[in-house]
Design a protein. Structure first.
Length: 94
């Protein structure tokens, strides 16, 4: 497993837990399957549907959801996406 992906997933999981939210609540709000959210939080990006567009979509949707739950969260969506793309070898064409 990729450590960068694990770090990204763990940061989302940690924020979700700090807010006292479960995966079902996130799923109901952003309409991403609970098992996909779990794979994402565990850094198991290879278990998600192929293509970086899907993962970037999760990052964006999940980030916006967390930011809407608490204005005190310091989170740079673009930085997380850049880190993912850099590690994934994404050249922006996917």
């Amino acid at each position: 497993m990729n450590n960068v992906f694990i770090d990204i997933g763990n940061s989302f999981k940690s924020l979700r837990e700090q807010l006292g939210l479960d995966l079902e609540t996130v799923h109901q709000s952003i309409k991403i399957r609970p098992n996909h959210l779990k794979y994402f939080e565990n850094g198991d990006f290879h278990k998600l549907p192929s293509g970086s567009v899907y993962v970037v979509g999760i990052i964006r949707s999940y980030s916006l959801f967390l930011l809407n739950q608490s204005p005190n969260i310091q989170f740079d969506i673009d930085e997380v996406i850049s880190k993912y793309k850099e590690e994934n070898g994404d050249n922006g064409n996917d």
